[in-house]
Design a protein. Sequence first.
Length: 202
Amino acid sequence: MPPSTRPGRIGARVDAAILVLTRGLAALGAAAVAAMAALTVAAVVMRYGYGAPFRFTEELGGLLLICTVFLGLPHVMARHAHIRVTLLSDRVPGIGRRLFWIAGQGVFILFAAVFFRDALADARFTQMLSLRSEVARIGLAPFVWVMVAGSGLTGAVAAWQMLAPPPATRGPAQGPQALVPDPAPRVPGGDGRGADGGRRGG
């Protein structure tokens, strides 16, 4: 939600609050990535250094991956950093582009709503039966609730964004290639060669 284009202070404040909230969740997701890396290193050391591998490495690593995805997804949506197909919408001006934007957001909101409903049912079932992982017996309920919260918040962010104008189209200078400097222009004859690449006579 880079910088707010909504009129009035309330819209701008809501945008700012969403960014703060989602940024905090993304930081937790980054911590989960760090925990996965540390867990992998520790597991390798224990397996090959001491011959005593952890029993919980694979299961805990997968659960941390779930946390990474669903804690980072709301911030990705808030920053418009997800992949969007704009092949048609970029070629339609005015109200047409706005309709494409609303339709696209609506499809995602529908998906998020269905996922939220199913994840919520799974979370209640998991918590009711106190389900645990098969090998390490890790409690699954907290991780399923992360899925519920992440999908619900992402859908809410998408619904809020739908009320605003579509984001500006990213030009080439805003993509990853912006980090790569353009090659220096070749000046004909600047290195002793002519415009046709041949050596000039002395």
